[in-house]
Write a protein that binds this ligand. Structure first.
Ligand SMILES: [Zn+2]
Length: 436
């Protein structure tokens, strides 16, 4: 394959290109040249353009956002679990709703969730839930890049593991070979006992699957693990070799200093979901401490009912504000680090930084364009700060995955948004009616 752009290439032209590469290179004005699924060139606009030009001036190009933790089918539950006392959300409020839905309901919810994500400039997701066979078909149809995991619980371990292995057989575990691939998704440290976690570690080693788990997300989870004789949720996972660079731990709220340091020391990836943690637990995870100790931190929106949106722009702002509050330090979590946590570092957390997360020649052409003009966006002095603190998901005008346009002028290219939303809203209405 030629490394110089050919006549089949497409040039995206914009006011600025934020590469998010190691040096933080910005080209203004700038261009990204795409050939097939691959980025061929990034730099100033070509002087004598011989390729097809897509004029995105009035916007900035950056890598598609990477959402390190979400549950797309839970789009259905938005607005059904508000202001719940700590400790009651999961079993008291969510489980009764979940029991009413079948695989096809979840597939329909997932498609609406994916639509919301791609409209907000998210191009890669780490998605996990039940009935993941069905959910994965929606994720595949959406055009998003995704790792999908079927949730594993002690009480249904045999059938859950069989489901997970089916998913691995169908999708593989290699993000370089398939746009949607499979991970392993034990639910949490309280709902997964030693036997199941040992099997997960062995299965991950055998298949190369990355492991996704909720860690220390509630006080009840910590109490369960302590009752099993572990000092805390992180040490408990560590005993099974599941604090490691191939493990993505979501939330990581209730950790002692020693446990937060241990998460970092093992090079564990952490999916930081600040809105969800604030909403469901009234807490901020010890992210600064884990980052200092070596954790790779990516941002996650979590589900639509924990947030109440799947907008990583909103999440970046919340992450900045809450970490400043949590550490009582206004200099904590600088803007460039936050934008990296939604792009290059999130890609590293998912083990796909060789493919996406920056705009560099040879990488997959996952690119978004965000408008720079508007009362809430101007003046545009500091692109990084504006993207983190001023921009909204609705400012995304174009989204490309593997060089394919998924969103053009803010509208989905292939997905029938009206039908998808009507379909999923019908499931949601049924739930709300049954609850009333
Ligand atoms: Zn979650």
């Amino acid at each position: 394959m030629s490394s110089s752009p050919s006549s089949a290439a497409t040039v995206l032209l914009a006011d600025q290109v934020l590469t998010m590469d190691q040096q933080g290179t910005i080209h203004a004005p700038g261009a990204v040249t795409i050939e097939g699924a691959i980025i061929r060139a990034v730099g100033p606009p070509p002087e004598r353009p011989s390729n097809r030009i897509i004029d995105l001036r009035g916007s900035v190009l950056l890598p598609g956002l990477v959402n390190a933790h979400t549950h797309t089918p839970m789009w259905i539950f938005r607005g059904l679990t508000e202001d719940v006392p700590r400790g009651e959300w999961l079993n008291g409020r969510l489980l009764p709703l979940e029991r009413r839905l079948d695989a096809d309901d979840l597939r329909r919810g997932a498609l609406a969730g994916c639509l919301e994500l791609l409209q907000n400039g998210v191009t890669t997701i780490a998605d996990r839930y039940g009935h993941m066979d069905a959910v994965a078909t929606a994720v595949e149809a959406s055009g998003l890049r995704a790792v999908v995991g079927h949730s594993l619980f002690d009480r249904t371990a045999e059938s859950d593991l069989a489901h997970a292995e089916r998913l691995i057989d169908r999708l593989g575990t290699d993000p370089g070979r398939s746009r949607v691939w499979a991970g392993l998704a034990p639910h949490a440290t309280d709902t997964c006992g030693p036997n199941l976690l040992r099997r997960v570690r062995r299965l991950a080693d055998r298949t190369g699957a990355r492991v996704f788990i909720h860690l220390a997300q509630s006080e009840a989870e910590v109490a369960t693990v302590v009752a099993r004789g572990a000092p805390g949720c992180a040490s408990y996972l560590d005993a099974f070799g599941l604090l490691a660079p191939d493990v993505v731990a979501a939330h990581a709220i209730y950790l002692s200093h020693e446990e937060a340091d241990l998460v970092g020391r093992r090079g564990t990836a952490v999916a930081h979901c600040p809105s969800s943690n604030a909403k469901l637990e009234g807490r901020v995870a010890p992210i600064a401490r884990m980052r200092r100790a070596g954790a790779v931190v990516g941002l996650g929106t979590d589900a639509a009912c924990c947030n109440n949106g799947m907008d990583l722009f909103a999440e970046m702002k919340v992450a900045g504000l809450l970490n400043k509050v949590g550490t009582a330090d206004p200099a904590e979590f600088p803007t460039l680090d936050i934008l990296r946590a939604a792009t290059s570092e999130a890609a590293r957390a998912l083990g796909i930084d060789h493919l996406v997360g920056t705009l560099e020649p040879g990488k997959r052409a996952d690119v978004i364009a965000v408008r720079t003009r508007g009362a809430h966006l101007m003046p545009w002095h500091d692109a990084v700060a504006n993207l983190v603190y001023a921009a909204r998901g609705s400012d995304v005008v174009a989204t490309y995955v593997d060089g394919q346009p998924l969103l053009r002028e803010g509208q989905p290219v292939d997905l029938d948004a009206e039908r998808i939303l009507a379909d999923a809203a019908q499931v949601a209405r049924g739930l709300a009616d049954a609850r009333a």
